[in-house]
Design a binder for this molecule. Structure first.
Ligand code: FES
Ligand SMILES: [Fe+2]
Length: 395
């Protein structure tokens, strides 16, 4: 019997890896969608939403409208007016309320309809538009799309005596969010993907041995170098990396090693947005020098070709990888490899190695949680990350 089993086994083709759940799913109702909706999501750059304006947004496969009332408070609401389905972002902002441009129904910040110009007075009390808890922090507007009360807010830094907070403009990336989050666990790629241009040469001298531990709030990942130094990177569930990175390209060292908060937010299953903010440890004159350098840099970046156009030229073979020079070179490089894996990476036909230990660790956590959601069983109660656990460059 044992022999037959053995023969059967050797006769089988090499097993492909199967996760039994769609790890990349983001839509409502899917296990992946339910998992993601337990957390606050950044949805818009704060400075791209002036007072009195509304915009359409698409997050995790659903459309919404976001507006900023006269008090300055942003609010995320349903995409369509409950009356006859006009798009709410076309609406007029009146105080902190928004009025639909189709027949003038007006809604307050709680979603309650407060005016229906062509209806009997009192009828408006029957109608409410969906609203979502919304708050602004570090220059980003966050919303919560899950059931019940939102969880407490993660310990993102405030601008304080130690330094400044800088928002980087959000960028649309044409692939599923998970391969970007996985890339944040792939410290080895830095030595290769970012070698041209040399922006990361300091940490590319030796390759780290990667390990990772699950925590109450996500995962902490270690990259051990030959000299014994260990880099600690934090991965907040479900899609945020907190990491200390080398001085930014073109800054001539001004600003030192900032801490980056990078959030990979699903637009739908095949697109995501990178929202990035950083805490830069500069104060006083050094802070002034930092902002001046950044302004110079932003000017250059604005004049450069669009990142996605450069990536398209790389994908089409019109540009040679080593030859690309761009103020946002690391972004070009990252998007070229990550979105180059396809809109949704094929995780069942990969050949993982020990350097993928961080990715494997996160997939185990994610697959476990998604299976629990699929089976309707209790899932992990995620905690708020503690403020005193911070990423370190080497210890
Ligand atoms: S569709 Fe909005 S008021 Fe009629
Ligand atoms: Fe990278």
């Amino acid at each position: 019997m044992a022999l037959i089993d053995h023969e059967r086994r050797v006769a089988q083709p090499a097993p492909t890896r199967r996760y039994y759940v769609d790890l990349a799913a983001t839509k409502p109702g899917t296990p992946g969608g339910k998992f993601l909706r337990q957390f606050w999501m950044p949805v818009f750059d704060g400075d791209a939403l002036p007072v009195g304006q509304a915009k359409p947004i698409r997050i995790m496969g659903e459309n919404f409208a976001i507006y900023r009332g006269q008090s300055g408070a942003p609010q995320v609401i349903a995409y369509r007016c409950p009356h006859r389905g006009a798009q709410m972002h076309l609406g007029w902002i009146e105080g902190d309320e928004i009025r639909c441009v189709y027949h003038g129904w007006k809604y307050d910040g709680t979603g309650q309809c407060t005016e229906m110009p062509a209806e009997e007075p009192g009828y408006e009390k029957k109608v409410r538009i969906a609203t979502y808890p919304t708050r602004e922090h570090m220059g980003l507007i966050f919303a919560y799309f899950g059931k019940g009360e939102p969880p407490s807010f993660p310990p993102f830094p405030e601008p304080d005596a130690e330094g400044v907070i800088e928002l980087r403009p959000a960028i649309n990336v044409p692939c599923n969010y998970l391969q970007c989050f996985e890339n944040s666990m792939d410290e080895v790629h830095v030595a290769f993907t970012h070698a041209p241009g040399g922006s990361h040469s300091k940490i590319a001298q030796d390759l780290p041995i990667i390990s990772a531990d699950e925590t109450d709030w996500g995962m902490i990942r270690y990259g051990r170098r030959k000299d014994g130094q260990v880099r600690h990177t934090l991965h907040y569930a479900p899609n945020i990396v907190r990491v200390v990175v080398p001085p930014l390209a073109g800054m001539d060292g001004v600003g030192g090693w900032p801490e980056i908060f990078l959030c990979f937010v699903p637009v739908d299953d095949e697109n995501c947005i990178w929202f990035a903010t950083s805490k830069v440890y500069v104060t006083g004159k050094e802070a002034d020098a930092y902002w001046a350098k950044r302004a110079e840099f932003q000017k250059k970046a604005a004049q450069a070709p669009k990142v996605k156009d450069v990536v398209d030229d790389l994908w089409a073979g019109k540009l040679v990888y080593d030859d690309v020079r761009h103020p946002l070179l690391a972004r070009v490089q990252d998007i070229a490899v990550q979105a180059g894996q396809g809109r949704i990476a094929d995780r069942e036909n990969e050949f993982l190695g020990r350097s993928d230990a961080g990715i494997v660790a996160w997939r185990r956590i994610l697959a476990r949680e998604l299976r629990l959601f699929a089976e309707g069983r209790p899932t992990k109660k995620w905690k708020t990350p503690p403020a005193d656990v911070v990423p370190v460059m080497g210890a």
